[in-house]
Design a protein around this ligand. Sequence first.
Ligand SMILES: Cc1cc2nc3c(=O)[nH]c(=O)nc-3n(C[C@H](O)[C@H](O)[C@H](O)COP(=O)(O)OP(=O)(O)OC[C@H]3O[C@@H](n4cnc5c(N)ncnc54)[C@H](O)[C@@H]3O)c2cc1C
Length: 469
Amino acid sequence: MIKSEIRRSFQSAAQIIEQLLGPERLFVDPVTVETYAADETPQHCVPAGVVFPYSHEDVMNLVRVANEYKLPLVARGAGSGNVGGALPVPGALVVSFECMNRILEFDADNRVMVVQSGAITGEIDARARSRGLFYPPDPGSAAFCRIGGNIAMNAAGPHSLKYGVTRDYVLGLRAVAGDGKSLRTGCRTSKGVVGYDLTRLLVGSEGTLALVTEATLRLLPAPTTSATLQACYRNSADACAAVSRVMTQPVIPSVLEFLDGAALNAIREAGAVEDLSAEAGAMLIAEADGEPAEVARQLRALAAALRGPGLLQLKQADTPEAIAALWTARRSLSHAVKRLAPLKINEDVVVPVSRLAALVARVEALAKTYRLIIVAFGHAGNGNLHVNLMVHPDDLREMMRAQLCLRELFATVLALGGTLSGEHGIGSEKRQFVPLEIPGETLALMRAIKQQFDPNGILNPGKLFPDPL
Ligand SMILES: Cc1cc2nc3c(=O)[nH]c(=O)nc-3n(C[C@H](O)[C@H](O)[C@H](O)COP(=O)(O)OP(=O)(O)OC[C@H]3O[C@@H](n4cnc5c(N)ncnc54)[C@H](O)[C@@H]3O)c2cc1C
């Protein structure tokens, strides 16, 4: 279709959507469309319009009209994704779930909550905690990201080491497939094996198969106490050896975070932590949670495992204030790293935890080979390393070196038995790398599944899959 036809087609679809959903739901004014033109990536694409459904039925109507007019739909939660998942494509209608933000049911007796997909993750957790329960997945963006976005990306956070990821807490979904069919998946009981597990298929599908409208979530009793250990080491190799010791003894920490030497240098330069040892070349932060007596026992086991060659300092915190102080280094990192260069190419690769040391050593070697600032930190207990290439987008030679470095990083990760993304997903940013990990026949099956859910390819085109050859 030529541009004027696309515009006419959009206008016709928009008129019908306005009739079906009512006034003040679909916006095409320059300010609104500009507001929804980006996510956390540096990319930018102004959509043709933005629509705000209020209900599952609104979403069904929208998808049906979009199919008739072959109108691309891009679902959006808070737009906090960092791989371009919610980034519009030209001519797209952004479907913002902001107005579908209610907690529909809180069944504390059965530890279940039913929420609309625009509910804010942190608010779900806060509501659960009001009755002694909690919603364990804890992405760093929990204060503002939305559960539909978490479900689409299978989001995770530091506590996923002990408690698992979003997929482990979604019992069932209500959704609208790309062909407009209304879906109900899963159940609300802790056991259930009837039919194919479409819930697990939709979690992590990045808005390419269906638009999620409601989720039934599993909750857990909230731990009453937690305590934190911070260990500084001479270098990353010593810290990674400690990670192996921690992960091969019986106590699973609720958190085990790693910061490399470049991360500590960034924190020092930003002046964010006063008492950071000058010799420290790596840091681990471990946490135990549960009942007080249990936490004390876990801490003893974790401290014993953290002690070993290269340990410079081991601190323990038991009160909320002292715990917050030990986390300052990790919390200040994002801000500290931003000062190093205008652009952060942010990868979140994962390797089996016993191979973390090999990955970290390779990252240090890549930084030297390609003359790049690379800051690595992450969820060490899961083998999930955030590898941040700090670059200047105007320096084309440096950008070229960064691309070559990324290819080598991904090849290393796969050779170590790992995966390209642990929590950020693929979106538009990483889709060309997918064939490095997923064999051709498996990818073809995934494309066939996409075709079955979304025969006209209107849901989030240009995401997740590489362009066909
Ligand atoms: C400061 C910061 C910290 C972060 N920390 C973490 C972290 O610790 N762990 C982590 O995993 N991520 C993290 N992220 C990334 C991001 O917050 C997560 O990917 C989050 O899940 C995105 O939620 P969102 O509501 O912003 O979704 P969006 O960015 O709006 O969308 C993400 C994807 O979900 C799709 N989508 C959204 N809603 C729906 C729906 N209802 N139905 C179908 N598809 C939908 C979109 O199309 C898109 O593909 C962080 C981001 C920031 C800015």
